[in-house]
Write a protein that binds this ligand. Structure first.
Ligand code: UD1
Length: 424
């Protein structure tokens, strides 16, 4: 969809109060969908929503010969007929997670071909760690300017030491090893909850993976996986976005369907800013008068550190808090583009390399444009806090990761409408 076709009209200044549910985490569902490529049976994933990224992943599955359908929030995937090993440029370019098909396709067909993946433009985002790991497991790779061709006839178990704990590479390598005889050990693996969820899914379908959530993941190859039903974990990033909104705007927001221990790095910062946070096993409530303090320093790190996906939303929060905060982005090199738009709303932010110095002030409404998913969510939060009315364009980015965003925010009392843009 063209960036100009729709926009949000948001009038700020209202408190946010109420309860909302988050559904299955996009970043858990995407690798799990790819993992279904290995399963010659039907899988039902519960609690899934129609996000653009998920729809695009399903198009990839269909292009390989699989079948997928939604029944309410149940997503059924049937990969019995998967027979093609190549994903075309249009499909792989639509989302970065297209790279997840490499591991499962190599497991299933011993062959995979992919054009270079797309996704948010938040930095270089190379896939060298995925490819180095596959090579270490015996996959032969040929790369040209357009695509990567993988020959998995020599796929074998082994030990892979990741040069950096990449979430995607850890997941891809787990999937490559699941049906490979013998024991594969991944060291310096990422420990994000979505990796634990992939492990739990694989084991629920008959696989044998352990250690996810720590730096070492061990995969004992099994002959096959079977089908079944599975409920992926709730979306900690969507939940965190709504909680930050509640803290900024004042009021009382409860988010259900997310594990509070997955949000510790955020809830620490919300408390430091003066909000009252109550944690339940599967819900978090934030209460605030909307008059927050600066949080001194927020530094993004691999889990359990502060998630890079909440860096833009918390930057919006600090932009309207009292005092000076420092935001350091360690994961991606181009993830401050939302600051340019926040400045149009009056924010006082100075970016220098990977660090942003934010001096909190009163924000005012403005016309702003989302250039990536989480940056777009941050602009919406800033607009909900700002005095006056804002217009946010670039909604296609927000739609990649937030379902019914405006309806959920409106249910909390936010004044937000999605309208057709007159510029088309
Ligand atoms: C996943 C999440 C994304 C989140 C990110 C970090 C999904 C679908 N996406 O992305 O929302 O922002 O984790 O928590 O789960 N890198 C390399 N070479 C590689 C792979 C990664 O240099 O082969 C670098 C990246 O450029 C980046 C860093 O490693 O600087 C972290 O990337 P990674 O953990 O792989 O993130 P993704 O899996 O892409």
């Amino acid at each position: 969809m063209d960036d100009c076709m729709e926009k949000y009209i948001i009038t700020g200044g209202r408190r946010l109060t109420g309860e909302i549910d988050v559904m299955a985490a996009k970043n858990a569902v995407l690798p799990i969908i790819a993992c279904c490529i290995m399963i010659k049976d039907t899988v039902v994933l519960r609690g899934c929503e129609r996000l653009t990224d998920i729809d695009n992943m399903l198009l990839i599955i269909k292009s390989l010969g699989g079948a997928c359908s939604f029944d309410g929030n149940d997503l059924t995937i049937d990969c019995r007929k998967v027979g093609r090993h190549s994903v075309n440029r249009a499909l792989s370019g639509a989302l970065r997670s297209s790279v997840f098909i490499l591991g499962p396709l190599l497991s299933r067909l011993r062959s995979a071909e992919l054009s270079y993946p797309g996704g948010c433009d938040i930095g270089l985002r190379p896939i060298d760690l995925h490819l180095d790991g596959l090579r270490a497991l015996g996959v032969r790779l040929e790369e040209d300017e357009e695509k990567i061709s993988c020959d998995g006839r020599g796929l074998h178990s082994g030990t892979v030491v990741l040069a950096f704990p990449s979430v995607g590479a850890t997941e891809n390598l787990i999937m490559a090893a699941v049906l490979t005889g013998g024991r594969t050990v991944l060291r310096n693996a990422a420990a994000e909850p979505e990796i634990v969820d992939l492990q739990n899914f694989i084991n629920a379908m008959g696989g044998c993976v352990h250690g996810a959530g720590s730096g070492t993941v061990v995969i004992d190859g099994v002959k096959k996986l079977h089908g079944g039903a599975y409920s992926p974990i709730g979306d900690r990033i969507a939940a965190g976005t709504y909680l930050i909104g509640g803290a900024m705007c004042g009021g009382r927001v409860s988010v259900r369907g997310v594990r509070s221990d997955h949000l510790c790095a955020l809830t620490d910062k919300l408390r430091a800013a003066g909000a009252v946070v109550t944690e339940y096993p599967d819900a978090v409530t934030v209460e605030s008068d909307g008059n927050l303090r600066a949080v001194r320093k927020v530094e993004t790190q691999p889990y359990p550190g502060f998630p890079t996906d909440l860096q833009a939303p918390i930057t919006a929060m600090t932009a309207s808090s009292n005092g000076r905060s420092y935001i350091i982005e360690n994961l991606f090199e181009n993830r401050f583009r939302h600051t340019r738009e926040l400045k149009k709303m009056g924010a006082d932010i100075v970016v220098c390399g990977r660090a942003a110095t934010v001096r909190g002030c009163r924000l005012h409404g403005a016309a702003v444009h989302a250039e990536d998913l989480r940056g777009g969510a941050a602009l919406v939060l800033a607009a909900l806090k700002a005095e006056g009315t804002s217009e946010v364009t670039g909604l296609r980015h927000i739609d990649r990761g937030y379902c019914d965003f405006e309806a959920r925010i409106a249910s909390l009392g936010g004044n937000i409408k999605r309208v057709k843009n007159s510029c088309v």
